[in-house]
Unconditional design. Structure first.
Length: 142
């Protein structure tokens, strides 16, 4: 059952079966979904921006005030990256002053739902992870 689950999960290009082994081989190229998608959303800010936009469309300064610690430059770059990948839609309204809103696309909403499971798991297990880190650090002090 577990093998079947992983066979279905890894049926794409993420991990291909090595002919001489039971272990998967992970190709390090630009076609790999791990390198291409997960690395982008695994940065420091992307998931926070996606979750901020789950509430609905929002403007740049509102996002900046809701995501503590993000610089204007980093918010601009991350929004551009998310827009480029099809997760965020940027709409410019022709008015004075110009109004710009950001919102999740269907792809962005799907990603947010999938990532929410990981975030929920992390939230539930965070105390255990922190304890493991402390134990490790104590056991491996120089």
């Amino acid at each position: 059952m577990v093998k079947l689950l992983f066979d279905n999960l890894w049926s794409g290009r993420v991990g291909t079966q090595n002919k001489n082994s039971e272990r998967r081989v992970f190709v390090n190229d630009d076609e790999c979904p791990v390198r291409n998608v997960v690395a982008q959303i695994g940065d420091k800010w992307s998931i926070l921006i996606l979750f901020a936009l789950v509430d609905g469309p929002d403007r740049f300064n509102s996002l900046k005030s809701r995501i503590e610690g993000i610089s204007q430059r980093m918010l601009t770059q991350t929004l551009r990256d998310l827009e480029r990948d099809g997760f965020v839609l940027r709409t410019v309204f022709a008015q004075v002053p110009v109004k710009v809103e950001y919102e999740l696309t269907d792809l962005g909403r799907g990603l947010s739902a999938a990532v929410w499971k990981l975030v929920s798991w992390a939230d539930e297990h965070h105390p255990e992870i922190r304890r493991a880190r402390l134990r490790y650090d104590e056991d491996n002090q120089s």
